[in-house]
Design a protein around this ligand. Structure first.
Ligand code: MG
Ligand code: MG
Length: 261
């Protein structure tokens, strides 16, 4: 069932989303060669708890193998759900940082792929196109459309550039729970899926691979990698449907300030 939110509930969701935005801004300042994802993860957890939030990913999932960290940190060929580790970042790496926070009973969940120092122009293009996919998808989250229109638009744009669109993982409703209905695939057919309605809050999150769309999972039970070892990018926003239009609840403003872009 898709849970529609009242204006008041959307404001609570916005607060949670903005907590994530600010946390990603803090992380953005620290991403450079030599720094480990484990260090960044500790920094994020401290910042989140100091500001009245609770990490939403830590302990998430199967009780036998819960996600062990605050941030999903997915390096280069890792698509999503990467587990932070003590490998220092290197010049030319890209790292996708996904953060979830529970605040006032609502969950914020958004992500950004960062360049570590200078990256190659071909990888830079993957990041740019994936970010474009995110905004192109968001534009389709409007009255009269269906959820499938979002994925259709994202897929068209990514494939135009020869990139692979991951099928096994997708965006989702977000609210009191991290993953609510509907599923929001990054591929699909126009005019399919649930109708878009006022009060829907969803996380739109294209995961775009430079090569094949196929993926595999590491033995850690979490990290998703591209099957061909080529890089992958991931950008995510939380978006509410208000008066027939999409309103982005999260923001990249703090990241962009930190990066000077
Ligand atoms: Mg996320
Ligand atoms: Mg998500």
């Amino acid at each position: 069932m898709i849970i529609l939110k009242t204006r008041e509930e959307i404001e609570l969701a916005r607060e949670a989303a903005l907590s994530v935005s600010k946390t990603l801004g803090v992380i953005a300042k620290e991403i450079k060669p030599g720094v480990t994802s484990l260090y960044l993860d500790k920094l994020a957890e401290e910042y989140i708890r100091d500001n009245g939030g609770v990490p939403a990913f830590k302990g998430y999932g199967d009780k036998r193998n819960p996600f062990p960290a605050t941030l999903c940190m997915s390096l280069n060929s890792a698509v999503v759900h990467g587990v932070p580790n003590d490998r220092p970042l290197e010049e030319g790496d890209i790292i996708s940082v996904d953060c979830g926070i529970i605040k006032n009973g609502y969950v914020g969940d958004h992500a950004y792929t960062f360049a570590v120092g200078e990256i190659s122009p071909t990888v830079k293009k993957l990041l740019d196109v994936t970010k474009e996919c995110l905004y192109i998808g968001i534009e389709q989250f409007k009255q009269g459309n269906r959820i499938g229109d979002i994925g259709f638009a994202i897929q068209q744009h990514a494939e135009k550039h020869g990139y692979g669109v991951v099928r096994e993982l997708c965006g989702h409703g977000v609210g009191k729970h991290l993953h609510e209905e509907p599923e929001v695939p990054n591929y699909g057919k126009r005019g399919t899926g649930p109708m878009i309605k006022d009060g829907m809050v969803i996380a739109i999150e294209p995961m775009i691979n430079m090569g094949t769309r196929n993926i595999r999972q590491l033995k850690d039970g979490w990290t998703i990698l591209t099957a061909d070892g080529k890089p992958s990018a991931h950008f995510e926003h939380d978006v509410a449907q208000i008066d027939g239009k999409p309103e982005i609840l999260s923001t990249f403003k703090y990241i962009e300030e930190a990066l000077g872009i």
